[in-house]
Ligand binder design. Structure first.
Ligand code: SF4
Length: 294
C-alpha cells in the first residue's frame, strides 16, 4: 500500500524541504543528515535548506485525487528529512503546506516534530480556536526518554487536533507515560534505532509501553527492534571477545550504571535490522487510529 515510503506506519512520506539541526538525543544518529550529506547538503541552523518546485508539491494533489477516486483515506508523514516546526525552516514553507493540506481532504497529514513547543505559534491562529484544527491534520511529538515525555506530552495535549500521537523512536530508556494525560493521546509508535552505531533498546522498555497503551486503550504500533536482539545470558559463556568487538552489549533496565549485570538487564547482540524484525512476544503490533477518527 505504501507508494513512496518504507516507513511501516504511513502510506506516503512527503518532505516540504530538507535540512534541520540536532536538538534531542534522538538526533544523535540522524539518518536524514547522513543522507543529505551524501547529496552534498550540510546540516545545522545556518546551513542552506533544500527547497522544492511546484511539481514536487503537486504530488500531494495527485495522492489526494487517487485516494478520493479509490474512496479511501491515506496517511502522509511530513517530514522525514527535516522538521516542519524548526524555526530555521525556509520562509513560507509552512504556509504553503497549510494550503496543500486544505486541498487534500482525503489525505491525513501526520505532522511529527521534535519541537512540539513551537507548534502553537507556528500553525494558523484559526487552528487553535474551537473546531478550527483541520480534521485531516494529525499532530505527533517524538519523545525518546522520560525527560522528553515529561516535558513534551503536556505540550502535545494542549493542541486541539483530533489525533495526537507519540513517536518513541529511537526509544532510549524506560518511559512511564503520565496516566492522566494518556487518554488524550490516540496512538503510540515505538521503535529501536537502526543504522550504523545504532543503540540497543531493552525489550522491557517496549513491553512496558505496550502494556501501558493496552491498559489505557491506546493504539500501539511496534515498528522495529532496531539492530539488536536480546540473547540469553548463559552461565560460563565467554562473551568478552564479542563485547570487545561491539557485537554484544549490556543494556541496563533502569538508570543504575554501577557496572553490575542484574537479572533485569538485557544482554543484546547486534544481528541487523532485518534479522531483529518487528515481532514482540511472538506477534506483530500494527495498530493505528482507524475509522473512529475518520
Ligand atoms: S529533528 Fe529529525 S531531521 Fe532534525 S536533526 Fe533531529 S532527527 Fe534529524
Amino acid at each position: 500500500m505504501s507508494e513512496n515510503t518504507a516507513i511501516e506506519w504511513t502510506d506516503h512520506t512527503f518532505n516540504t524541504h530538507w535540512g534541520c539541526s540536532k536538538i534531542s538525543p534522538a538526533c544523535d544518529r540522524c539518518y536524514a543528515e547522513a543522507l543529505a550529506n551524501r547529496f552534498g547538503y550540510s546540516w545545522g541552523d545556518d546551513a542552506p535548506k533544500r527547497e522544492f518546485h511546484e511539481q514536487h508539491w503537486n504530488e500531494l494533489l495527485r495522492w489526494g485525487r487517487k485516494a478520493a477516486k479509490e474512496g479511501v483515506r491515506r496517511r502522509v508523514f511530513t517530514n522525514s528529512m527535516s522538521d516542519l516546526f524548526d524555526r530555521f525552516a525556509p520562509a513560507g514553507v509552512r504556509e504553503r503546506h497549510w494550503e496543500y493540506v486544505s486541498r487534500t481532504p482525503n489525505l491525513d497529514h501526520l505532522l511529527l516534530t521534535k519541537r512540539i513547543g513551537n507548534v502553537a505559534r507556528m500553525v494558523p491562529a484559526a487552528w487553535l480556536s474551537p473546531g478550527g484544527w483541520p480534521a485531516n491534520v494529525w499532530i505527533g511529538a517524538t519523545v525518546v526518554n522520560q525527560k522528553e515525555a515529561d516535558r513534551d506530552i503536556p505540550k502535545l495535549i494542549q493542541l486541539p487536533a483530533r489525533v495526537r500521537f507519540l513517536s518513541m523512536e529511537p526509544l532510549l530508556g524506560e518511559v512511564t507515560l503520565p496516566v492522566a494525560l494518556l487518554t488524550q493521546i490516540a496512538w503510540v509508535i515505538v521503535g529501536g534505532e537502526s543504522g550504523p552505531d545504532a543503540r540497543p533498546m531493552h525489550p522491557a522498555w517496549t513491553r512496558s509501553l505496550r502494556n501501558q497503551c493496552a491498559a489505557a486503550g491506546i493504539h500501539f504500533f511496534f515498528k522495529q527492534h532496531g539492530e539488536w536482539v536480546e540473547i540469553d545470558a548463559v552461565a560460563g559463556r565467554d562473551l568478552e571477545t564479542d563485547m570487545r568487538r561491539g557485537l554484544v552489549r549490556i543494556v541496563k533496565s533502569c538508570n543504575d550504571n554501577d557496572g553490575d549485570f542484574r537479572s533485569d538487564d538485557a544482554l543484546m547482540r547486534r544481528v541487523g535490522k532485518q534479522a531483529a524484525g518487528r515481532m514482540l512476544d511472538g506477534r506483530l503490533h500494527n495498530d493505528f487510529p482507524g475509522l473512529e477518527v475518520r
